[in-house]
Design a binder for this molecule. Sequence first.
Ligand code: G4P
Ligand code: MG
Length: 174
Amino acid sequence: MDNKLYVTYNDIHKAVKKLAEKINASDFDPDVIVAIGSGGFIPARILKTFINRPIFAVGISYYGIDNKPNGVPQKIQWIDEVEKKLFGKKVLLIDEVDDTRATLSYCVKELLNHSPKEIAVLVIHNKIKKKDGEFPPEIKRYYPAVEIDDRWIKYPWDAEDIDDHDIRNKANSF
Ligand code: G4P
Ligand code: MG
């Protein structure tokens, strides 16, 4: 049996909308969106539909440029301009998945070096598991749209055959 969780673009869109509604209902009024690439890129663009703020992108990968695990997250792309723009700002940071939290917590710590006013962290999926990384105490707002057990998620942007992906999603849902 295929124990992977197939998630559709539609699922992602609805999950992001749910997150945006939570933010809009809170007293947090973000100035900017920061997307952690590559998984956070498409969620960030959807988020902009509901919370219309400029998007900055940072690229961090656990697997490195050559796609080999390095054991530590690496900056693939880190724009100086982003850092300057974060000073005193309220940041909505978005990524697709909180798995071991290694990449996410590294990214949060790096961004905090640039003195934003606050960072709220949004993820589509949080895997309920023991985490390798921890958020620093500055992170007071953490919003996962969906909490899941520790299984592999198949995101639609990784699908080579999106129709087959959607069929697998439906097969899993019933
Ligand atoms: P975390 O801090 O967000 O928990 O990430 P972690 O370092 O644990 O994860 C390493 C990489 O594995 C990340 O990709 C993350 O997106 C990816 N990953 C973890 N679990 C899943 C999953 O269930 N499905 C898929 N498709 N990916 C998963 P990355 O190296 O940051 O690169 P990118 O894929 O975002 O470009
Ligand atoms: Mg990612």
